[in-house]
Design a protein around this ligand. Structure first.
Ligand SMILES: Nc1ncnc2c1ncn2[C@@H]1O[C@H](COP(=O)(O)OP(=O)(O)OP(=O)(O)O)[C@@H](O)[C@H]1O
Ligand SMILES: O=P(O)(O)OC[C@H]1O[C@H](OP(=O)(O)OP(=O)(O)O)[C@H](O)[C@@H]1O
Ligand SMILES: [Mg+2]
Length: 398
C-alpha cells in the first residue's frame, strides 16, 4: 500500500475545524481537544442531514421493497456472489446502472450504493434492507433502534476495528490500552492524537474505556501513514490480515479492539412492520442465507458398511465422535440376492460432516468398516425454522 495515495493528500490538507451544525454536544473528553491543527470530531453536512432527515412516523409510499447493496469496494463482489449462491442472482444491465432486479424476488428493487450510504438511506426510509459490514452499520447507524440486524454473520468481509500505535519510540514498551492510557505524555494541552475514519465509534470506545486526553482527526484512507508523518500518535482502523499495520511499523495492543466485523443483513424496523410484503421477503432472503451458509461448511458423506441390522450399524457410527451428523446417521439397507433370497448384508449410511473434520471422519468410517466412501458438496440445509427468524420476530415485538 503506497503511503502517498491521493486520499492521503486530502487527509493532510483537509484538516478543517469540524462543522458541527446541530450536532449533539461532544463527549466531555473532547474538551481537551486542540483546535489548532485537529478537527476534534467530524460530521459532514450530509451526516447531519441524516440525523435531521431521519424519517419518523409513516414510511414513504411505494410498492417495491428496496435492497441496498455495496456498489464498490471489496464488499461488492462478495455480496453478489453470496446472493448468486443462494439462487438470488442480481440482474444488472450494466455496471454503471445503480438499479437492478432479482428475478426470483419480483417485489425487490436493488439499489447499488456506497456501504455508508446504504445505512443513511435505511435511516431516511429510502431503502428497506441492506448489506454492509457491521463496522459501517455501527459507525453510521450510531445505535439507532430503527436498524435491525437480521443476519449478523454472512461470512465474508471479516475484519476488526482496532487501535494501533507505532512499534518504535515512546511506544516501544506499550502493549495494552491500559498502558497507553497511563502514559504521562497525554495531557489536556497535548492529548493523544488518533487518526480515524470512525469518528462515532472511536470517541465512544475511548469514553467507555475511560481515556480522557484524546483527540480525533479524520481521514479517508492510508491512515497507517499518519503516525510516521507525525500527524497522529495512533490510528483506529480496520485490520484484516495485519499486513498494512506491519508494513507501516504499527502494532495492535491488548484491549484495543473496538469491534469484530463481517458482512451483515440489516433492515429498517419501520419498513418491516409497515411496508407490505417486506417481512415475507426478508424471511425468504434470511432462510436462503441461513440454509446456504449452514451448508457451505459441510459435506455429505455416504458409505457402505457391513452389518447385522440398521441399529447395529447406527451404533457403530454413533460411537465415533466425528460421525454424528446433523441429527444422527441415516442408515438404509442395501438389498442383494443371495442363494435366490433377498438379503441385506450391507447398509448405506448418509451423514453430514464439517468440512474441517472431513479426513478425520473418513478415517473413523474406515475404522468401523466403512467402504466406498463418497463425498459430495451440500447446497442448502433448511431447518424447520431458522433461529434468526424467531429472533427477528421477537426484536419486532411480533
Ligand atoms: N482489509 C479488509 N479485509 C476485509 N474486509 C475489510 C477490510 N477492510 C474493510 N473491510 C470490510 O469491507 C467493507 C468495505 O471496505 P472497502 O475498503 O472495500 O470499501 P470502502 O471502505 O467502502 O471503500 P473505500 O475504502 O474506497 O472508501 C468495510 O466496511 C469492512 O466491513
Ligand atoms: O490488515 P490488512 O489486510 O492489511 O487490511 C487493512 C487495510 O484494509 C483497509 O484498507 P483498504 O484496502 O480498504 O484501503 P483504504 O484505506 O483506501 O480503504 C483498511 O483501511 C486497512 O488499511
Ligand atoms: Mg477501505
Amino acid at each position: 500500500m503506497s503511503l502517498l495515495r491521493p486520499s492521503f493528500q486530502q487527509f493532510t490538507s483537509g484538516f478543517t475545524p469540524a462543522v458541527s451544525i446541530s450536532l449533539p454536544p461532544p463527549p466531555s473528553f473532547y474538551v481537551s481537544v486542540s483546535r489548532r491543527s485537529f478537527a476534534y470530531c467530524c460530521s459532514s453536512q450530509s451526516e447531519t442531514a441524516v440525523v435531521n432527515g431521519r424519517f419518523d412516523g409513516r414510511i414513504n409510499e411505494r410498492d417495491e421493497i428496496r435492497l441496498g447493496l455495496p456498489s464498490k469496494g471489496r464488499m461488492a463482489a462478495d455480496t453478489l456472489d453470496l446472493l448468486k449462491d443462494c439462487q438470488l442472482s442480481v440482474k444488472q444491465v450494466n455496471p454503471r446502472q445503480y438499479v437492478a432486479q432479482i428475478p426470483q424476488l419480483p417485489n425487490i428493487e436493488v439499489w447499488f450504493q456506497r456501504p455508508k450510504d446504504i445505512v443513511r438511506k435505511l435511516l431516511s426510509g429510502d431503502l428497506d434492507l441492506g448489506i454492509m459490514g457491521l463496522d459501517t452499520v455501527s459507525e453510521y447507524g450510531q445505535g439507532d433502534d430503527d436498524l435491525i440486524i437480521v443476519h449478523d454473520a454472512l461470512e465474508y468481509g471479516d475484519c476488526h476495528l482496532s487501535l494501533a500505535i507505532p512499534k518504535y519510540g515512546i511506544f516501544e514498551n506499550i502493549n495494552s490500552l491500559k498502558e497507553l492510557a497511563q502514559m504521562p505524555q497525554w495531557t489536556a494541552d497535548r492529548p493523544l492524537r488518533v487518526a480515524t475514519g470512525f469518528t462515532y465509534l472511536g470517541p465512544k470506545f475511548m469514553n467507555e474505556n475511560g481515556l480522557k486526553n484524546v483527540v480525533f482527526s479524520t481521514a479517508d484512507g492510508a491512515l497507517e501513514a499518519a503516525p510516521a508523518m507525525g500527524i497522529a500518535d495512533a490510528i483506529l482502523d480496520l485490520v484484516s490480515s495485519g499486513t498494512t499495520l506491519r508494513e507501516n511499523n504499527l502494532k495492535e495492543i491488548e484491549g484495543g479492539v473496538v469491534l469484530e466485523s463481517q458482512a451483515v443483513l440489516v433492515a429498517s424496523r419501520k419498513a418491516l412492520i409497515q411496508r407490505k410484503g417486506a417481512l415475507d421477503t426478508t424471511h425468504e432472503i434470511l432462510e436462503r442465507f441461513e440454509a446456504h451458509l449452514r451448508a457451505v461448511g459441510q459435506f455429505t458423506v455416504t458409505a457402505n458398511m457391513r452389518g447385522r441390522s440398521a441399529e447395529e450399524v447406527a451404533e457403530r457410527v454413533l460411537s465415533q465422535p466425528s460421525l454424528s451428523g446433523l441429527q444422527g446417521p441415516t442408515v438404509s439397507p442395501v438389498f442383494c440376492k443371495r442363494d435366490g433370497k433377498v438379503a441385506a448384508d450391507y447398509y448405506a449410511i448418509v451423514i453430514c460432516v464439517p468440512k474441517k473434520a472431513l479426513y478425520k471422519s473418513v478415517q473413523q468410517l474406515r475404522a468401523i468398516g466403512g467402504s466406498g466412501v463418497l463425498i459430495s458438496p451440500l447446497t442448502y440445509i433448511f431447518d424447520e425454522e431458522t433461529p434468526r427468524w424467531r429472533e427477528l420476530l421477537s426484536k419486532l415485538g411480533l
